[in-house]
Ligand binder design. Sequence first.
Ligand code: AR6
Length: 202
Amino acid sequence: LTDLYQKSLLKAASPSSIPTGYLANSTINDHVGLIRGDITRLRLDAIVNAANSSLLGGGGVDGAIHRAAGTQLVKECATLGGCPTGEARITHGYDLPAKRVIHTVGPKYFYDEGPESLLRRCYQNSLELAVREGVRTIAFSAISTGVYGYPSLDAAEVACETVRRFLDGDDGDKLVRVVFVTYEQKDVDAYNALLPKYFPSE
Ligand code: AR6
């Protein structure tokens, strides 16, 4: 996997938008990929935002997504009436290369009760919503691993396990591509350690 990360890093540093070919470089198997870089540059059916329950924007990946999508995104979000922790909502992508944004609200690790089941619900609800809305290619940010303090390895385990189970289930064939997007080294390390276990190359 190390080569893949190095390629990802080089591409992530380039100012142009990430072409589809970028994703090919991150193939773990036919369905699952890993990249390190800015999720706002991915041209997919949907990207998953690590939002807060107001859905009105914030820092981290949420801030980056809102900046790149333009102000129409916050206007649509304002019509949704917020989102409880563990649930997911979908909007258009506006100025993003991605067609849609799925907003999910991760648990605050040191504050919310039962953070693991809440984080699992974030992934599960995002995947179910995606399939209901006809999304076939999707990228996840590493939900809760920033400001919300969820340990990266534990969070990556929940992410990998939930996606793996979904792809093995009845609706699994409705998704053709799931990409995990990492940004900081600690999350790169976490996925590096876990992906071969959950998604062995075919
Ligand atoms: N592309 C991909 N990943 C990113 C990017 C980016 N452009 N920027 C940061 N990350 P965080 P949370 C990674 O803090 O922990 C917001 O203010 C980052 O390295 O964005 O769920 C919301 O409004 C980390 O791995 O989200 C909420 O109030 C991951 O994205 C709160 O933060 C998530 O970190 C949510 O906290």
